[in-house]
Design a protein around this ligand. Sequence first.
Ligand code: DAH
Length: 339
Amino acid sequence: MKEKLDQLFNSAIEQLKKVDSISKFEELRVRYLGKKSELSNILKNMKNLSNEEKISTGKIINEIKKNIELKFSETFESIKNFEIERKLKEEIIDITLPGKKIAIGHKNPIQIVLDEIKEIFLNMGFVIEEGPDIDTEYYNFEALNILKDHPARSEQDTFYIDDDYVLRTHTSTIQIRTMENKKPPIKIIAPGRVYRSDELDATHSPIFCQMEGLVVDKDIRMSHLKSTLNKFIKSMFGSEIKTKFRAHHFPFTEPSAEMDVSCFACKGSGCSVCKNSGYIEILGCGMVHPDVLRRCDVDPEEYSGFAFGFGIDRMVMLKYGIEDIRLLYESDLKFLSQF
Ligand code: DAH
């Protein structure tokens, strides 16, 4: 037995001398001291010995085990230092070299303007709501009084996922989703991407961005709509901008209007930007249709509301005098860095 243990000790020492990495060291540690090592086996077999033998053999085994463990821990110390030395030699860092510059992108002007718009509305007490880009026909059309035969539902205008689902064509879907989930008072804005199957050209894009607004409470009137939107436009484009409301039709508001702002380019005297009218159409708005309220379980006898919606891209283009919408979606840093 003693001989066998000595042999084990000597072979462990021999092997340890050859170790030159932590992983090899670990391998050896498992082989000589692990649960399945020879030493463990010998210890397990001791139960077959007589009590006297157990005492004498146990002493020897423990002695050898302690020695082996000692050798292993000594070796570990030196191998650790050896590895550190090796790494220091191999992985030389020249701290005098100039660092690699990481190219930082630039905020898209849509985001810049959106941040500005959000700030204006948040300061007026609005909160932000969101809705899904893929929505049902119900939320996109029906709930908003856009009936089955309405031209907006044509496949030429709308991307259909299947018979029931569409890529939302406007953010007005979020009006419905909000009223279904929240009781008045409601005062929200909802920015998001919208989709229409338009050919891409200087003024059309199949993807663009809109922002919806909705206020529902007791005794909300057209004057609230006008003052809110006037405040928004003046904060956005400057107090000298003139605004006017023109009667219009939207299925989900009654009465409905479009808001025009005096032309940024000619200040109202007439030019090519405003097609000589002195004004530029900027958004759609109106008082929420009682049928829309009713459908969302809001009693039109008790509550009224106003809504508005506009293209954020259009705001961006007007604000910065950009004439081609495609520039906003091409991620060209030369273009984007100007803003
Ligand atoms: N959803 C309309 C569109 O995409 C815009 C709009 C008009 C939204 C009037 C409104 C509104 O909330 O009251 O053309």
